[in-house]
Design a protein around this ligand. Structure first.
Ligand SMILES: NC(=O)c1ccc[n+]([C@@H]2O[C@H](COP(=O)([O-])OP(=O)(O)OC[C@H]3O[C@@H](n4cnc5c(N)ncnc54)[C@H](O)[C@@H]3O)[C@@H](O)[C@H]2O)c1
Length: 341
């Protein structure tokens, strides 16, 4: 069996919670090299028992010295483009964290480099691997709630710092490129397009409502999917409680992906005016493996099979386009048309 030599750029939280354990659990992957300028983050990796033969403070040196098959890009957003292109140019396949880049030009440069070097990219839109969402999509595609006409997503928590990230970079506009909209709503933009197809137009508002930071800590977006389907997304970094999940409304029912209850429920059928309810409630999915574990399982399996990844660079670019349109709409107060909508 081919063993894929894995390099990891950035030894912070997402590397330690998702990428590294995922590779360590895969029999076809070898932890080969890791790069991070922060010795404390590298130390934490070692303390968790993961051994990389090569340990570097500079990822460029790692790419120069090591022969790698696959690279995970897990550093702050502003570095994604340079790191992705450098790894692709060295002939590596990529697992690229979101957002894929901070501008459309940079995202397209990553795609061009992958095409030229014939390399593959999976984008780490982890919610796609949540079985609650997988079950919902299967039901939608099977027509179980009829045609979709409305989607609603709320993804909110108390924020990435303190408590999650290694430092406060998420709140530095130069390193993060945006706030809750770019960090959290971008997952929602990917998901809703997976469910309902391309966003054709949007309006949005980002705001810094509570935290003393220079990026948005709350964001809302109103989405159009052609003339016959709407959606809205709320993302937040100041939410100690509240609903988290996805709701899908169709002509013949609705699906509720409830992250807090860890359940996907479908109510199908139409209530008749005579009061005789013909609706049925079914649990489509309860629990399931953690999204990051499922994401890494998929990625490492597909490496071996040379099969397609569930989330490619086109999806990364498409979600970024919507997120950037959201900031544009918020700045100008105007609706932004994305694809002839
Ligand atoms: N898909 C998801 O569910 C998910 C969740 C959290 C974070 N993320 C993404 O993962 C990325 C990293 O976020 P995080 O939460 O792990 O942050 P983090 O602060 O915990 O980790 C970032 C790491 O990158 C390192 N780093 C900084 N500059 C570097 C450089 N030039 N070269 C190599 N390493 C460098 C830092 O020292 C740190 O160890 C971000 O793009 C974020 O959006 C994705």
């Amino acid at each position: 069996m081919k063993k894929f030599r894995i390099g990891v750029i950035g030894a912070g939280s997402i590397a330690r919670h998702a990428h590294i354990p995922g590779y360590a659990a895969a029999s076809n992957c070898v932890l080969t090299a890791i790069a991070d300028p922060d010795a404390g983050c590298l130390q934490k990796v070692a303390e968790q028992g993961w051994r990389f033969a090569g340990v570097y403070s500079d990822y460029r040196e790692m790419l120069k010295k090591e022969k790698l098959d696959v690279v995970s890009v897990c550093a702050p957003n502003v570095f994604h483009k340079a790191m992705a292109v450098a790894a692709l140019e060295k002939g590596c396949d990529l697992l690229l964290e979101k957002p894929v880049a901070l501008t459309m030009a940079d995202a397209e440069a990553i795609r061009s480099s992958a095409r030229r070097k014939r390399r593959r990219i999976m984008v780490a839109f982890s919610h796609r691997f949540n079985e609650l969402n997988v079950a919902a999509r299967k039901a939608v595609r099977a027509g179980r709630i009829g045609k979709l006409y409305m989607l609603r997503v709320r993804f909110a928590h108390t924020g990435p710092w303190p408590g999650w990230a290694s430092t406060g970079w998420f709140y530095n506009p130069k390193l993060a490129g945006g706030g809750a909209m770019l960090d959290m709503a971008i997952h929602a933009f990917d998901l809703v397009q997976w469910f309902a197809g391309p966003v054709t137009a949007m309006q949005a508002k980002v705001a810094t409502l509570r935290k003393p930071i220079q990026v948005d800590d709350n964001a809302v977006a109103l989405l159009e999917f052609g003339p016959k389907c709407l959606g809205y997304v709320e993302a937040g970094w100041t939410s100690p409680a509240g609903y988290c999940g996805v709701e899908l409304m169709g002509d013949n029912g609705a699906i509720f992906v409830d992250y807090s209850q860890n359940k996907t429920i479908m109510v199908s059928g139409v209530r008749t005016p005579d009061g005789k309810s013909r609706q049925r409630t079914a649990v489509l999915q309860e629990g399931g493996p953690a999204s990051w574990k499922a994401q890494m399982g998929h990625f490492t399996r597909q490496l071996g099979r040379r099969g397609p990844f569930r989330v490619g660079i086109e999806d990364g670019i498409s979600a970024l386009r919507v997120a950037l349109a959201a900031y544009q709409s918020s700045r100008t107060g105007r609706r932004v048309v994305l694809r002839g909508g």
